[in-house]
Design a protein around this ligand. Structure first.
Ligand SMILES: [Zn+2]
Length: 283
C-alpha cells in the first residue's frame, strides 16, 4: 500500500547540500508518499543547474517523485540580479516546461533590504516577473518577509489573477485572508510542528484546510521531530514532508487521510495540474 500521496510545493533540492545523496533522498521521499516536488529558483546563474537536477531526478532508474520547475529571481538576492536575468527567465519559460515563476516577492527582513533604493529595485523585479507570469499565464511562488501589505498592493495593481502559493506564510490572519481572497494558497512548512508558533497556528485555523498546501522548503525549515541537535541545523529533505502533514493535521484536528486529499487538490489547483488524487485505498 502506498502512503498518503503528497506534493512538496517548495524545495531547494538543487542546492549543493544534496549533491552526494539526492537520488537516495528522492527515493526515500517517494517511499513516504511524495509524488511530486517543485524545484524553486532564486538566482539566474543557477537556472541551468535547476534544469539539470530536474532531469537527474526524472530520469533516475530508482522510484522518485516527479520534479517540476518553478524558476524565478528571489528578492533577498536583489543585488545579484541584472536586467538580462529577466530575459534568461523568459527564455526558460519559452523552452522548458515551467509550471510557475518563483520564488519572487518582497523581503524587508534586514536593515539593508529596507533601504529605499534596494526596496525599489525589489519592487521592479517583482513587477517585471508578475508581467511575465501574466504574459505566459503562470502562477507565482511568493516569498514575503515583513512586506505583506506592499506585496498585496503590487498584486492588486497588476490585477493579478494567475494565483499561486504564498510560501512559508508568515503573516497574520488578516493578511492571510487577503491573499486567499485574490486566489493564493498558503504554504505550510515544518514550522507548524513547533508549539511556539502561535501566530501561524491561528492563521491555519482561520484560513482552514481549503486554502493550504504543504512544503518542506528544504534544506531549511526542518520539522522539530527531525531536528537532531540544538547546536547545528539539521538539513531538511523532501522525505520529511509527511511530518508537515502530521503537524498540520494536529493543528486542524483533522484526519490525515481526509486532509491529504484536500491538500492534494489545493496543490493541483494552485499549480494548474490536472492530477487525480493518487491515494490507494487499502483493501
Ligand atoms: Zn525558498
Amino acid at each position: 500500500m502506498r502512503p498518503l500521496a503528497l506534493i512538496d510545493t517548495h524545495t531547494h533540492f538543487d542546492v549543493p547540500d544534496f549533491e552526494h545523496d539526492r537520488l537516495a533522498l528522492a527515493q526515500l521521499a517517494y517511499e513516504r508518499g511524495v509524488e511530486a516536488l517543485v524545484l524553486i529558483g532564486f538566482l539566474a546563474k543557477r537556472f541551468d543547474r535547476l534544469v539539470q537536477v530536474q532531469q537527474q531526478i526524472n530520469q533516475a532508474a530508482t522510484p522518485h517523485p516527479q520534479a517540476l520547475l518553478a524558476p524565478g529571481l528571489h528578492p533577498f538576492y536583489i543585488n545579484e540580479h541584472a536586467e538580462q536575468d529577466l530575459q534568461q527567465l523568459e527564455q526558460l519559460i519559452k523552452t522548458k516546461h515551467v509550471i510557475a515563476i518563483g520564488e519572487i516577492g518582497l523581503d524587508t527582513f534586514t536593515a539593508e533590504m529596507k533601504q529605499p533604493t534596494v526596496f525599489a529595485r525589489q519592487q521592479e523585479f517583482f513587477s517585471a516577473q508578475l508581467d511575465l507570469a501574466q504574459q505566459y499565464d503562470l502562477p507565482v511562488m511568493l516569498h514575503i518577509r515583513r512586506a505583506h501589505a506592499e506585496t498585496l498592493a503590487i498584486l492588486k495593481k497588476h490585477n493579478f489573477k494567475q494565483g499561486g502559493i504564498a510560501h512559508a506564510f508568515g503573516g497574520g490572519v488578516q493578511e492571510a485572508k487577503a491573499f486567499v481572497k485574490i486566489g493564493f494558497k498558503l504554504g505550510v512548512t515544518g514550522q507548524v510542528t513547533n508549539p511556539n508558533v502561535k501566530r501561524l497556528h491561528q492563521v491555519i485555523q482561520a484560513v482552514g484546510a481549503a486554502h493550504l498546501v504543504l512544503e518542506t522548503d528544504c534544506p531549511d525549515m526542518t520539522p522539530l521531530c527531525c531536528q537532531q541537535s540544538h547546536e547545528h541545523r539539521t538539513r531538511n529533505t523532501p522525505a520529511n514532508l509527511p511530518y508537515v502533514l502530521d503537524g498540520l493535521s494536529q493543528i486542524l484536528k483533522m484526519d490525515q487521510q481526509k486532509l491529504a486529499a484536500q491538500i492534494w487538490q489545493n496543490s493541483c489547483d494552485a499549480l494548474n495540474l490536472d492530477w487525480n488524487y493518487l491515494h490507494v485505498i487499502p483493501h
